[in-house]
Design a protein around this ligand. Structure first.
Ligand SMILES: C[S@@+](CC[C@H](N)C(=O)[O-])C[C@H]1O[C@@H](n2cnc3c(N)ncnc32)[C@H](O)[C@@H]1O
Length: 315
């Protein structure tokens, strides 16, 4: 997201195609461990006990007390939210488009793939990782795309080029490599100003116009589960109940780009700027649906052994 960015960990200079952590220990190469260089508020509808647990957990990881009652909006940084999301989703594989300094990638502990034509890792990484120094379009054009993960993408973060059509293509490509229970996360879905949402970047923090993706998915893919989260600074969108076989977006891609792209200044809808309908991060993390999602994942195949979790309370 734009340039509002947290630095996590220490500088990890790379050498000889491998990453070195702050202990000076090389990330192991090989099948098991590969580091390859180069290439928001709403009353909780979950049970009181779950909500209480969530508040406790939020207090813990924010390192400060949240008063009883409604926490203020947008009080959780997206990286704090993502760290907790990794914990509740427990993905076996993780894909990130747009790595930059590695702050969000460093939250993963599972087999991961990072794609960015200009990454410059300064975060301490501790994960089985493959980095691809290329654009997401080029990467997904490869026949063996995502093969290194050894299975479908179970969690992904789309934070590459901040233009609507790029983010839509990224979603189409990632969904094709996902399973129904996978979770795809978009950054920058809640721009705060018209300037921040411009297609032509002229502000420090830049979301671009990727927020259109939410409307396209809402209108055209009613089968998906969409959850907008009121994180700081510019919101996230979680997507699950995916369908790797769906061709709706691909088939009508040109139509969507023509219909949703507009020139600057972006007429960002009031409801987006006001974050209407966005969910409080702690409520999302406390949803019992995550446990159900993990159970679904573990029980499939055989498909149908357990129903896909309902996120009604969050969507
Ligand atoms: C906002 S930064 C990513 C920040 C990172 N996800 C985090 O939260 O720490 C966006 C990154 O996307 C990369 N990028 C730009 N165009 C891209 C493309 N077409 N494919 C993949 N990455 C791209 C840029 O090089 C930049 O490093």
């Amino acid at each position: 997201m734009g340039t509002a960015h947290r630095s996590h960990g220490r500088v990890a200079p790379h050498a000889g195609g491998r990453l070195r952590n702050h202990h000076g220990v090389m990330a192991t190469t090989g099948a098991a461990r590969i580091a390859r260089i180069g290439k928001r508020y709403v009353k909780p509808v979950v049970s009181d006990q779950v909500w209480l647990t969530a508040k406790t957990s939020v207090r813990t990881f924010l390192g400060r007390r949240i008063e009883d009652g409604a926490p203020p909006r947008g009080d959780m940084h997206y990286l704090d939210f993502l760290r907790e999301l990794h914990t509740v989703v427990q993905p076996a594989t993780y894909l990130e488009i747009g790595v930059r300094w590695g702050s969000s990638l460093a939250l993963s502990r599972t087999r991961s793939l990072g794609i960015d034509p200009a990454y410059n890792i300064t975060s301490e990484l501790d994960l089985p990782l493959r980095l691809e120094r290329t654009t997401s379009d080029e990467y997904f054009a490869r026949e063996d795309a995502c093969r290194w993960l050894g299975g479908p993408v179970e969690m992904a973060f789309i934070d590459g080029m901040h233009l609507f059509e790029y983010a839509l293509r990224d979603f189409i490509n990632v969904e094709r490599h996902s399973r129904r229970s996978s979770v795809i996360v978009f950054d920058d879905m809640l721009p705060r100003t018209t300037d921040e949402a411009a297609r032509e970047k002229h502000t420090d923090s830049w979301t671009g116009d990727v927020y259109h993706v939410h409307e396209v998915l809402r209108q055209e893919r009613p089968d998906l589960t969409l959850i907008v989260v009121d994180t700081a600074p510019t919101g996230l969108l979680l997507v699950t109940n995916l369908d790797a076989e769906s061709t709706v977006l691909e088939d009508r891609y040109d139509e969507f780009v023509a219909a949703y792209s507009s020139s600057d200044p972006q007429p960002v809808p009031r409801r987006v700027l006001d974050r209407q309908g966005a969910r409080h991060p702690a409520e999302v993390l406390a949803s019992p649906a995550w446990e159900a999602l993990r159970a679904y994942r573990e029980a499939s195949p055989p498909l149908g052994a357990v129903g896909f979790p309902h996120f009604e309370s969050l969507t």
